[in-house]
Design a protein around this ligand. Structure first.
Ligand SMILES: Nc1ncnc2c1ncn2[C@@H]1O[C@H](COP(=O)(O)OP(=O)(O)O)[C@@H](O)[C@H]1O
Ligand SMILES: [Mg+2]
Length: 347
């Protein structure tokens, strides 16, 4: 069985159906309720306040950052703070420029257009978007073939909120047309604790300070993961205890789901374990490592490694994958000693 066939990972930062069902209820409704991201919040607050004072639409806003950090939530907050309606669509949903023209030409004055996964929009739609953002104009093409004519249509002032996990993939002309870009960072444990207390309150779950800290430490800096782990631990607390989430209950519950104290799951630990035990910490090539854990190359590279690298447990070097001293410590293993006949962990 490969990873693709297995259950979705508990520590995946993308939303699954279960997340989507509860996320609406857990989303902060205004900037004051939004936890963390101090810089983005302060800057965005200024942008929105200034627009409100002028009585016009806010500048276009680009939000970039990893999945689950609050981009969609902030987009909705922009609309709420401006008391404006919001239209929600995404790059992959707009494959033809005509799809975008239809949306743009029906915008009301001051409306917020939220374009998720902006980097996945088609090129012709992108070009139409530049013009709409800059000149408040779209060319609507009427007819087909040589007889087709472009009818310019004026748009009311609107605010585009774009979200992307890959800001680097956006063509510079598109990026430049945003008045404000917010880079979302991973959350500190204390911030995730606040997210967890807030969510617990909304879900009517009792969690103490140490319980929230235990879940926060395993949430990979990501509110979406924190909320998901909270729901699993709530189930455990309800079935196996009196419903109250303490440190011990959180730790035992997440042990059942194989999410360790640093947020690594079974796949992460399999990759790290193979690197340490079979290859003495590397360097070893990606393909060799993937075969050793019985996974596809892509799964190891795209699913497991980014977090291991971020956590400083694994390094990608020109000679291959290398474990760091922290990796040995995390799995409770002793690195091979220099001169002991085994290759030393390279740094
Ligand atoms: N700063 C935050 N404060 C409180 N909850 C948050 C925050 N950021 C994200 N969340 C929660 O995490 C979930 C995922 O956020 P979302 O905005 O959908 O992330 P993204 O669009 O970046 O993938 C939401 O349900 C929301 O409840
Ligand atoms: Mg989103």
């Amino acid at each position: 069985m490969t990873w693709e066939d297995a259950d979705p990972r508990l520590v995946d930062s993308a939303a699954d159906a279960d997340d989507r069902a509860v996320e609406t209820a857990l989303r902060p409704k205004d900037l004051a309720e939004f936890v963390g991201q101090e810089r983005v919040r302060e800057q965005l607050d200024l942008v929105l306040r200034a627009a409100r004072q002028r009585g016009g639409a806010a500048d276009h806003v680009l939000l970039s950052g990893a999945p689950g950090l609050g981009k969609t939530t902030l987009a909705m907050i922009v609309a709420a703070e401006m008391a404006a309606p919001i239209r929600i669509t995404s790059g992959p949903a707009i494959q033809h420029a005509g799809d975008l023209a239809a949306i743009l030409s029906s915008l009301q004055e001051g409306e917020v257009l939220f374009l998720d996964e902006l980097h996945r929009m088609s090129r012709p739609a992108e070009e139409m978007l530049y013009m709409a953002m800059e000149d408040l104009r779209v060319d609507v093409v009427v007819g087909k073939g040589p007889g087709a004519t472009a009818i310019p249509l004026e748009l009311p002032p609107f605010t585009l909120v774009g979200a992307t996990t890959r800001a680097g993939l956006l063509p510079p002309p598109l990026r430049d047309r945003f008045g404000f870009t917010g880079h979302m960072e991973f959350y500190a444990p204390a911030e995730l604790e606040r997210v967890l207390h807030r969510s617990a309150h909304l879900l009517d779950v009792e969690v103490d300070a140490a319980g929230a800290a235990e879940i926060a430490g395993r949430s990979r800096g990501t509110p979406r993961i924190a909320n998901r782990l909270l729901r699993r631990v709530r189930d455990y607390a309800q079935v196996k205890a009196d419903g109250v989430i303490t440190r011990e209950i959180a730790a035992r519950g997440l042990e059942v789901y194989e999410v360790d104290d640093r947020g690594l799951d079974r796949l992460d630990r399999a990759v790290l374990g193979a690197l340490l035990k079979l290859f003495s910490g590397g360097p070893v090539g990606l393909s060799t490592l993937a075969v050793a854990v019985g996974e596809e190359r892509e799964t190891v590279e795209e699913v497991a490694e980014p977090f291991l690298v971020r956590e400083g447990l694994l390094a990608r070097t020109p000679r291959g994958r290398v474990a760091t001293p922290a990796a040995w410590a995390h799995l409770g293993l002793t690195p091979p000693q220099p001169g002991g006949g085994m290759q030393q962990t390279a740094f």
